[in-house]
Design a protein around this ligand. Structure first.
Ligand code: CIR
Length: 257
């Protein structure tokens, strides 16, 4: 499994609660939002990652979900064209930061749209969700870009899976030939290796993320947590309650490379 040395995160803006959401779990408590972000960044650092934390920008209440704005693979970076128009302007600050690390930056072009949350890297293969954010053109542009690095892409159409916003809301590759995938995703794509399927009430926790030796895992999902622990994974448990209210998961708070 690739070892990450760097990550980009972005502080949540004070109007975080004005971002997009499809769920009704209440209004995020901004103090908790900040505390949960601090704990997340701390966990990245503890996992051996040098984290650059960008300033917040209230012009874009969803901009803390930085994963959606860029993909890094095999030492190359591509800036996305987010599928929600309110998020289009989020890419500027991220591109500026990526330029510190990459000589060349590619971009997804219109009419393509792509959110990083739809891109699941799994040991040399990438699964890309066709969703209400990522369209076929965006997925094809990404596939052509990855092919230049020898990476094959499998598209997974999740437009009819109401319970997830992005592909990675329903699948994670956690290393050691293991995926976590909700039933609706597992049944739509052939996955190599072991697939751990959460019980339906714990589907949110399918958005976990392997960072070096740890699997970042949300608190409050004891059955899946136990299954991953029993399978030998070392878990870093993080409270994501306030991000969940805005359709966010663990992976979306950083770009790791
Ligand atoms: C949105 O709807 O765009 C944000 N409120 C949540 C984005 C979550 N991103 C992700 O899962 N990669």
């Amino acid at each position: 499994m690739h070892r990450f040395t760097r990550a980009i995160a972005r502080l949540p803006a004070e109007n975080f609660a004005e971002g997009l959401t499809t769920v009704s779990y209440g209004v995020p408590d901004f103090t908790l939002v900040l505390l949960q972000h601090v704990a997340y960044v701390e966990a990245l650092r503890k996992a051996g990652v040098d984290v650059m934390v960008l300033d917040s920008n209230p012009a874009f209440p969803d901009s803390t979900f930085v994963e959606d704005t860029a993909i890094v693979a095999n030492g190359r970076a591509i800036v996305t064209r987010p599928g929600a128009s309110s998020r289009a302007g989020e890419t500027g600050a991220v591109a500026q930061t990526l330029r510190l690390f990459f000589d060349e930056l590619d971009t997804i072009e219109a009419p393509g749209t792509l959110d990083g949350g739809d891109v699941c890297e799994a040991d040399g293969r990438v699964y890309v969700g066709i969703s209400h954010r990522t369209n076929v053109s965006g997925a094809e542009q990404l596939a052509a870009w990855l092919k230049r690095s020898g990476i094959e892409t499998t598209a997974v159409d999740i437009r009819d899976v109401d319970e997830i916003l992005h592909l990675k809301s329903g699948i994670a590759h956690i290393g050691d030939d293991t995926f976590v995938a909700i039933e609706a995703v597992r049944s739509r794509v052939d996955l190599p290796g072991r697939v751990i399927v959460p019980v339906a009430e714990e589907n949110y926790a399918a958005n976990c993320v392997r960072v070096n030796d740890a699997v970042f895992f949300p608190s409050g999902y004891p059955r899946l947590q136990g299954a991953l622990h029993d399978a030998g994974f070392h878990l870093a448990i993080l409270n994501m309650s306030e991000y969940r209210k805005m359709d966010g998961g663990l992976s979306c708070l950083s770009i790791r490379f």
